[in-house]
Design a protein around this ligand. Structure first.
Ligand SMILES: C[S@@+](CC[C@H](N)C(=O)[O-])C[C@H]1O[C@@H](n2cnc3c(N)ncnc32)[C@H](O)[C@@H]1O
Length: 320
């Protein structure tokens, strides 16, 4: 595996957002528990464990390569990190198995890591030639190639449109079907070439690499990213102790929309409008810590271009 320069996104801001609930728990119970739902290369977890000697982190990742790197990154504090190879919608079950009733913070840094994008062979990047895999967890599930070879035309068009907003989905999919019938679709390079040829020349001149949208759509389908996130946000809210916080960084609008929708619902009273006080059990159980969303600073984007599309949201549990 190559050496990687990894810059965790919005590192200080995320730690600052989690700090009040961590510090309160440490004062009250002597220890705080945080779930890092996307351990990745261990950047945020390392900073949390270094700053707070009384914090214990439960770190989830579905990628065994990431886990191996994180284990090394966090070596000085490894006794306070429990690593879990699992999809993050399993948070409640995993915590129950660990005998943990509730946690003081949950951090989601969504999407793929710089390692997954840079590692030749994983198939996430259209700029590198690799087998069409794209699985974050290479130990299970359908690869991108299996999806391209087995889904019918309608399903492929729907995926490219819904997850990639791809205007030329039918043309791309017709070419995919022709290529798969000739058994000639094996690599990211072949797919990127095929996409380029499917898109009319004038449309190719704007909007960056024409393969970007199809690769994003396939990645979302391969890893069931949106369906998992739909389950994971309410799951994370359900394990949060009073005053606990959830902090989420999303890098594409489909994910951010899901987060925004759950957070808004959780922070809204269900008392009908116009009543002077909340009806019993209808007051919102969460409050926004950030109104709306935050972006990375210009300075950070210059240093780490991946931060450009990041949207940061955070809420706090205010009632049991
Ligand atoms: C952006 S990286 C996290 C980087 C990390 N915060 C750091 O500073 O090193 C996202 C990580 O989340 C993992 N991941 C993405 N979706 C996941 C899911 N549904 N369940 C568990 N892990 C997931 C990916 O494998 C990847 O390693």
């Amino acid at each position: 595996m190559q050496e990687l320069r990894h810059i965790p996104v919005a590192l200080n801001r995320c730690i600052d957002l989690l700090s009040p609930s961590i510090e309160k728990a440490i004062i009250e119970r002597g220890v705080a528990i945080v779930v890092d739902a996307t351990l990745g290369l261990g950047g945020h977890t390392h900073a949390l464990l270094a700053k707070y000697p009384s914090v214990r982190v439960i770190g989830f990742d579905r990628d065994l390569d990431a886990i191996e790197i994180a284990r090394k990154t966090v070596v000085p504090f490894i006794d306070r990190l429990t690593i879990v190879h699992s999809v993050y919608d399993q948070i409640p079950d995993v915590l129950e198995n660990l005998g943990i009733e509730s946690v003081d913070g949950v951090l989601f840094d969504l999407g793929v890591s710089s390692m997954q994008l840079d590692e030749a062979g994983r198939g996430f990047a259209y700029s590198q030639d690799a087998p069409l895999d794209m699985r974050m967890d290479q130990s299970q599930g359908l690869t991108a190639k299996e999806i391209l070879y087995t889904y019918d035309r309608g399903a492929l068009i729907r995926i490219l449109r819904a997850y990639g907003d791809e205007k030329f989905a039918p043309r791309i999919v017709d070419n995919i079907i022709e290529a798969r019938e000739a058994n000639n679709l094996e690599s990211t390079k072949q797919l990127a070439e095929l996409i380029k040829e499917s898109i009319p020349a004038p449309a190719r001149r704007t909007g960056g690499n024409p393969a970007k949208r199809t690769f994003q759509a396939l990645r979302i389908e391969v890893n069931q990213e949106l369906a998992v996130l739909e389950r994971a946000i309410p799951a994370a809210m359900s394990v949060l102790a009073p005053s606990g916080r959830i902090v989420v960084m999303a890098y594409q609008s489909l994910e951010d929309k899901i987060v925004k929708s759950y957070f808004t619902k959780a922070c809204t009273s269900t008392t009908p409008r116009g009543l002077p006080v909340d009806l019993p059990n209808s007051a919102a159980k969460f409050e926004f810590v950030i109104t709306g969303s935050e972006s990375a600073t210009e300075e950070e984007i210059l240093e780490n271009p991946r931060a450009q599309s990041m949207r940061l949201r955070a809420i706090e549990r205010v009632a049991a």
